[in-house]
Design a protein around this ligand. Structure first.
Ligand SMILES: Nc1ncnc2c1ncn2[C@@H]1O[C@H](COP(=O)(O)OP(=O)(O)OP(=O)(O)O)[C@@H](O)[C@H]1O
Ligand SMILES: [Mg+2]
Length: 275
């Protein structure tokens, strides 16, 4: 990857997110490029954390293109649209996902009012989510692809952002762009990299190192690696069957990778709480 401009001050905390406090237990899942596995990863991470004894909330933050409910085969009776329209407060749209042992706030797909929320509404939603986060050990936010205003705002409130990338050059370039653009939202130092769909451990390390080198050379940042998830046909199989991987194929490679990353996340949140 080439980068002509070296960013001198990569972490400008003066951001357009309004006065906010970073959540103490909030994990945002982002990517530059779409379709790299964020939603599947978010669900599986929430599930793994819950299996490790944590009280977890999974928030579908892909406003307007929500699909946590689709991947899990749920038909939510209440969702974020009710919150945005002022019909219900955020805590009232939380639903229990018994099979996974965690709670979910579902979004709604194809709702223009959600994808183009005015900033003020977005800030209110984020503040409500931060309030709700106190009732949980961890909150996982599945974000939309890209680095738009909604993504930046949500990621900036997270304790840590898991940036999902694959070895595809476009995914790597977009992940790099996310880190670069994210620096203006004060979140660069809170990003960890997740390499998804790695062919094997060596290839996964290589993918991470490629991204790391670009960040070090041009942004003077060294985002740590949260872990990697190997490419595993069981992932597609579980999505097709609308069943979480950790239920359908709990012993497959991707499942053990996710459980390892959940332990990293737990450690990271503990360190952040102690800091
Ligand atoms: N570790 C993996 N092994 C094999 N296939 C995977 C893996 N992770 C993701 N996939 C495949 O990638 C597809 C896209 O996953 P997902 O919908 O979670 O991506 P996304 O990043 O949320 O997409 P979008 O940007 O559209 O929201 C899945 O349908 C699945 O087939
Ligand atoms: Mg998604």
């Amino acid at each position: 990857m080439n980068e002509a401009i070296v960013v001198q001050n990569a972490d400008n905390n003066n951001i357009q997110t309004g006065g906010f406090t970073r959540g103490h237990n909030v994990i945002a899942v982002a990517s530059g490029k779409g379709g790299v596995g964020k939603t599947w990863f978010s669900i599986s991470l929430a599930h793994a954390l819950s299996k490790q004894g944590k009280k977890v909330l999974l928030f579908d933050g892909d406003l307007g293109l929500a699909n946590v409910d689709v991947q899990l085969g749920l038909m939510p009776k209440r969702d974020l649209n009710d919150v945005i329209r002022g019909r219900l407060s955020l805590d009232k749209v939380v639903q229990r996902y018994d099979e996974g042992g965690f709670d979910i706030v579902a979004g709604r797909s194809g709702q223009a009012s959600l994808s183009a929320l005015p900033t003020q509404r977005l800030l209110m939603l984020r503040d409500q989510l931060m309030d709700l986060s106190h009732e949980y050990d961890s909150v996982v936010i599945d974000l939309g692809a890209g680095v738009d205003r909604t993504v930046r705002m949500m990621a900036a409130s997270a304790t840590r952002t898991m940036l999902v990338a694959t070895d595809e050059p476009t995914s790597l370039t977009d992940a790099y762009a996310f880190i670069k653009l994210g620096s203006a939202a004060g979140m660069s130092r809170n990003i960890s990299i997740v390499v998804n769909q790695a062919q094997n451990v060596i290839e996964g390390e290589k993918t991470y190192k490629t991204l790391l080198k670009a960040c070090e050379n041009f942004l003077r940042l060294s985002p740590p690696m949260a872990g990697m998830v190997r490419h595993d046909p069981k992932v597609k199989d579980c999505i097709r069957n609308q069943t979480p991987l950790l239920i359908r194929s709990p012993n497959c490679e991707a499942a053990s990778d996710i459980e390892k990353i959940a332990r990293y996340v737990d450690e990271t949140l503990k360190k952040a709480a102690a800091a």
